[in-house]
Design a protein around this ligand. Structure first.
Ligand code: NAD
Length: 290
């Protein structure tokens, strides 16, 4: 897109973390913003803060795991602002951790429902709308976990690999449909300092009783426990979300497809591709300084 001024952005998961930063950044760029989120208080606060800057914003309650909620967001956005141009399919949860075989059906359904179906529903709802006016951009939030397969986070890894391939597929389809005006960006963040560590605040039915790692040993010394501790530290010291928002803003304007937030994962991702090409068994991915 050549300019964002006067256009409308929808941001799912726009009440916290990266989504909140995207909403703020787009508002500063002169966009009207629709904050779509399941959490009422932070969503209302985001809208009030954006309006206080003089920008236009509305909030819509939305559970991205429900197709009909996306339809409601689109209807509210069109009603308020006439059309949608930029759609950030960003809402996501960290999901449950543990060996794949020990995670419950509910653990899997929750993570895949929000992280993967949330993007599928979003594409099914918003892309036909973008095609009606031909001036738009879809930003999906995948993850480094869409390019690697760390142990003890299978639902998250599966969801993010799904988002990455869905985004790539969408890119090819739009290019071949003769609609040059619709761009796609697949955002693949490394660690970013957000509220993702408390994702189960939004889990249907509340936080599950099991809080200890479910890997057969239990406790912080288990494989899952050590993994959670490392991830927690990395996220707490992660990149500030506003820096990621600047990258997203620029990617929409320059029509950049793959968007990574740092280089420390380049080597593990390249190594994975080399292992596949050479038919070698996978090694555990770990961030490396270039
Ligand atoms: N923080 C990281 O290090 C990191 C790294 C890679 C990818 N990501 C991805 O970034 C995206 C944003 O997460 P974040 O890190 O900003 O976390 P966050 O918890 O700060 O924000 C997530 C937002 O999604 C909302 N949400 C959760 N479930 C929802 C649902 N069912 N329907 C609608 N909204 C819902 C939450 O209310 C919250 O506002 C997610 O897709 C996440 O997987 C995060």
């Amino acid at each position: 897109m050549e300019t964002l001024e006067g256009r409308t952005a929808v941001v799912t998961g726009g009440a916290s973390g990266m989504g909140r930063a995207f909403a703020d950044r787009f508002a500063r760029a002169g966009m009207r913003v629709v904050v779509a989120d399941i959490e009422d208080g932070p969503r209302d606060a985001a809208v009030a803060d954006i309006r206080a800057t003089g920008a236009e914003a509305i909030g819509v309650r939305c559970d991205v795991a429900r197709a009909e909620d996306h339809e409601a967001v689109l209807a509210a956005a069109v009603d308020a602002f006439g059309a949608v141009n930029v759609v950030c399919l960003n809402a996501g949860v960290g999901g449950a951790n543990g060996p794949s075989w020990q995670l419950s059906v509910d653990d899997w359904s929750w993570t895949l429902g929000v992280n993967l179906w949330g993007v599928i529903h979003g594409i099914r709802t918003f892309v036909p709308h973008l095609l009606t006016h031909g001036d738009g951009h879809v930003v999906t939030t995948a993850s480094i976990a869409g390019h690697t397969s760390s142990p003890w986070g299978a639902p998250y890894n599966v969801s993010k690999h799904g988002v990455a391939t869905l985004s790539e597929t969408l890119f090819h389809e739009l290019k071949r449909s003769g609609t040059a005006g619709i761009g796609v960006t697949c955002l693949c963040p490394g660690f970013v300092a957000t509220n993702i560590l408390s994702s189960d605040r939004n889990r249907p039915g509340g936080r599950p009783e099991r809080s200890a790692p479910a890997d057969g040993e239990g406790g912080r010394d288990s494989g899952t426990g050590r993994f959670i501790d490392v991830v927690k530290r990395m996220i707490e010291n992660g990149k500030p979300a506003p820096e990621v928002a600047d990258l997203v803003h620029d990617a929409v304007l320059t029509d950049q497809f793959w968007l990574f937030t740092d280089e420390v994962w380049d080597e593990p991702i390249a190594r994975r591709h080399a292992e596949i090409a050479q038919r070698l068994p996978p090694t555990v991915p770990a961030p490396r300084r270039p």
